[in-house]
Design a protein around this ligand. Structure first.
Ligand SMILES: Nc1nc2c(c(=O)[nH]1)N[C@@H](CNc1ccc(C(=O)N[C@@H](CCC(=O)N[C@@H](CCC(=O)N[C@@H](CCC(=O)O)C(=O)O)C(=O)O)C(=O)O)cc1)CN2
Ligand code: MET
Ligand SMILES: [Zn+2]
Length: 767
């Protein structure tokens, strides 16, 4: 190490990697289809890295993050880097890149690693499987090679990796790991790997390395805090290493900050947006930070609003006396926002003036960085000018007095339906369904013809009537497939939806969808989160025609299909000038009107999806009750006008329900469908034990895999479920929607599912 610590100055904690035009998505999908070879994929990847570094360096940032590229996921990259590859993938004998993709997506009968939510975001990472036999070693060199690749372009980067403790906390014990095994037992071994990597990065010339420890924005045990101390005492003491910047984002580091302040790391990056004022205030009381670099994350890395730069500059300035060196940054990686506002040509100017995407946020950070290091009048004038523009644009927000009046008139009874037992009896009578009734979660395969029809409509090659005709043809097919399979409650298949959130946002006032604002969700899959910028209302029915059309084709009940208020918020960029609860209630009122229209048109079952209920659960327990209150309150407001005879379903996925059992109960839905196949139906027993008294549809097969479940497998799972809960309260359905599957998989899978349900009904004598 050299004596003087090079300043971080202005930086961002990470950057999108899918490509401004989703170049990586297209290359990956071509590679997986056999239409691009490894060399071609590598060329696209290298080109994206070059463009990213060149752009970041050229924008005036003082420190450019490195190793932010990933072919699929950065947690998977880290597992492979340290050789945490489960034997089932090694045994496949594939090339390095194909073995990596096998871990991400499975290979033949070999199941992939589990995919789960990255903290409280809509990004998904692959969960490393670790056991007592895991032997970490530095098996790869991706961070070093990419450091050198950038250096060859004349760009010094700061390699970014998940920190060792967060990496372990994100992993799960491998199947069959002994009961006494704890992931943190592996820390020392993993630190050997990190130490070797740091030495290699130092030798390559890296001045700084960033290790991300967002796991410490959530509540952690004493043992976990001790692991954090041990990790950074050890890495900090290495003789040959780059400077270490530990980044804790998605909230306030709480007790982890004093721990880090006492370790020999050189800097910490704090999230002053999600962490709130407490995160900054904590700095002053920690003498350990006086000799360190503190990077103030004042530009929101997860939302799309322009920063109030004067407020951000003063938040930074207030830290100056308490830290060794001050840097300025985004609050977290920019992975969660779209690339460039300039690509959006269709936005209303008043809205555009309020927005900043990744590129615009970089400009904000650069400006703040310059103002902090140089108090020339030009910089303060630029800050003042930008702040004035942002504040004027923000205050130009329109108010919808009708929506406001409806909200003000809400009473508790608007969020209350008839008692559950009364509803159950009324619905049994009206629907006449068997025990173990069969259904699906909503979407059917989004075929290329369906997507092409949408592209044709956008390009003007077909008109609305032509588009509607193609969608109705698809709905006819979906209904026929379900009748042929023998399902009890049908769906229309959602062919008309580009996305379950964007579709609604496009039909609501107060929301705007983007054209190019793609954000990676997992691997090659992307979403365009809409922007919820003004008071929300529903100008006209959104789903009525498609649903009643489907119902007209069959005598079996067709489920109306809506996305719930919590999920619409979770998967959008939401205005930050009023509580989430208020925006959620506005969305809920729009859905309430839709449910009223559906039930008036004779629809007997309505599903309101809330897959993001768990995702938005605050990382710290102290904030959870108020979240659960508003989240369940909004759902009940949406569904509260449904008569007792109308059956309300909800759907949740992405496991870890244990944390939200109260919230699930608080939704007061008649039927709750959940992901369960991978946990072998355990969640059914958990719900029953928690006193959950309504119907449950545990997913009996994993829709993330192309494999068609056999009747025997399905019967075994159903028998496990009926052992934990009475058959009269159980439904039979897949884990989630079928949109990413093909008909060739879906048709036999649904036939087998119905056969399995009938078999178990017969065995129980409940047919
Ligand atoms: N918002 C949201 N978040 C979510 C989920 C979700 O469903 N929605 N589910 C979970 C994540 N799962 C996901 C599963 C699938 C996709 C997905 O398939 N995304 C599609 C895009 C879906 C879409 O918006 N489709 C549009 C536009 C698609 C497109 O790329 N069109 C082409 C042209 C049309 C063509 O020929 O295909 C283009 O613009 O270039 C449409 O159907 O209209 C993709 O990456 O490809 C995303 C997330 C959790 N978070
Ligand atoms: C991510 S949950 C998906 C629910 C939606 N109704 C579907 O089937 O696609
Ligand atoms: Zn789902």
């Amino acid at each position: 190490m050299t004596a003087a610590t090079p300043p971080i100055g202005s930086t961002v904690l990470g950057y999108p990697r899918i490509g401004p035009d989703r170049e990586l998505k297209r290359a990956l999908e071509r590679y997986w289809d056999g239409r691009l070879d490894q060399a071609g994929l590598a060329r696209v990847a290298e080109d994206l890295r070059t463009r990213t570094w060149t752009e970041l360096a050229g924008s005036g940032l003082d420190s450019v993050p490195g190793n932010t590229f990933s072919l699929y996921d950065h947690v998977l990259d880290t597992a492979v880097l340290f050789d945490a590859v489960p034997p089932r993938f090694r045994e496949l004998g594939l090339s390095a890149v194909d073995s990596y993709f096998a871990m991400a997506r499975g290979h033949g009968k070999t199941a992939p690693l589990e995919l789960t939510k990255w903290f409280d975001t809509n990004y998904h990472y692959l969960v490393p499987e670790l056991g007592p036999g895991t032997r970490f070693r530095l098996a790869g060199d991706k961070p070093v090679t990419e450091y050198r690749e950038a250096a060859a372009l004349g760009i010094e980067t700061r390699p970014v990796l998940p920190g060792p403790v967060t990496f372990l906390l994100l992993a799960k014990p491998e199947p069959g790991a002994p009961a006494g095994f704890t992931l943190l037992d592996l820390l020392d071994d993993l630190l050997d790997g990190y130490a070797e990597l740091l030495a290699r990065l130092a030798a390559a010339g890296a001045a700084w390395v960033q290790l991300d420890e967002p796991a410490f924005a959530a509540d952690r045990t004493e043992a976990e805090l001790a692991a954090l101390r041990r990790a950074y005492d050890r890495l900090g003491a290495l003789p040959e290493r780059p400077r270490l910047l530990v980044a804790g984002y998605f909230g306030d580091l709480g007790p982890a900050l004093p721990v880090l302040a006492e370790t020999p790391v050189d800097g910490v990056a704090l999230d002053l947006v999600a962490g709130g004022p407490a995160a900054g205030a904590a700095v002053h009381s920690l003498p350990g930070l006086r000799g360190k670099t503190v990077v103030a994350g004042v530009v929101d890395g997860r939302n799309v609003w322009r920063t109030d730069l004067e407020a951000a500059a003063s938040a930074c300035a207030s830290l100056l006396g308490s830290v060794g060196s001050l840097g300025v940054s985004t609050s977290c990686s920019l992975l969660h926002v779209p690339y460039d506002l300039d690509a959006e040509t269709g936005l209303a100017p008043a809205l555009r003036d309020r927005l900043a995407f990744a590129r615009q946020k970089i400009a904000e950070v650069v400006l703040l960085g310059r103002a902090l290091t140089d108090d020339s009048p030009a910089h303060s004038a630029a800050i003042r000018e930008a702040t004035g523009r942002a504040r004027r644009a923000g205050s130009a927000r329109s108010r919808d007095d009708r929506v406001r009046a409806r909200l003000a008139a809400l009473r508790p009874e608007h969020r209350r339906r008839a008692p559950a037992a009364e509803r159950a009896a009324a619905q049994r009578e009206r629907l006449g369904l068997p025990a173990l009734a069969t259904s699906t979660i909503g979407s059917f395969p989004q075929t290329s013809e369906v997507r092409r029809a949408r592209a044709d409509l956008r390009a003007g090659r077909i008109d609305e009537a032509g588009y509607a005709e193609r969608m109705r043809a698809e709905i006819r097919r979906v209904v026929a497939v379900q009748e042929e399979a023998g399902l009890d409650v049908l769906v229309h298949g959602e062919p008309e939806r580009n996305d379950m959130v964007q579709f609604f946002a496009e039909r609501l006032d107060g929301c705007t969808a983007t054209e190019h604002g793609w954000v990676q969700s997992y691997g090659s899959r992307c979403v365009r989160p809409p922007i919820l910028h003004d008071d929300v209302s529903r100008p006209a029915p959104m789903t009525l025609d498609w649903t009643t059309f489907a119902q007209s084709l069959t005598s079996r009940p067709v489920k109306g299909m809506l996305t719930g208020p919590v999920t619409i918020l979770a998967w959008s960029f939401v205005r930050d000038d009023q509580p989430m609860a208020t925006t959620a209630d506005q969305v809920a009122l729009a859905l309430r009107d839709e449910i009223r229209d559906l039930t008036a048109a004779g629809i007997r079952v309505v599903q309101v999806d809330e897959p993001a209920l768990r995702e938005l659960l605050p990382l710290r327990a102290e904030h959870r009750k108020s979240y659960v209150d508003w989240a369940t309150g909004a759902f009940r407001l949406a569904t509260g006008a449904a008569p007792a005879t109308v059956q309300i379903h909800t759907h949740l996925c992405y496991s870890e329900f244990a944390d939200v059992l109260d919230a699930i109960d608080g939704l007061d839905a008649d039927v709750t469908t959940i992901e369960a196949a991978r946990s072998r139906m355990e969640v059914v027993g958990d719900l029953d034990a928690a006193g959950f008294a309504r119907d449950v549809g545990p997913g009996v097969y994993d829709i993330h895999s192309p494999a068609v479940p056999t009747v025997d497998e399905l019967v075994r799972l159903l028998e496990a479920a009926v052992a934990a809960m009475p058959a009269e309260r159980l439904w039979v359905n897949p884990d989630c929607g079928l949109k990413t599957r093909r008909y060739a998989e879906v048709e036999p899978a649904l036939r087998n599912m119905v056969t399995a349900a009938r078999t178990v009904r017969r065995r129980l004598g409940v047919a």
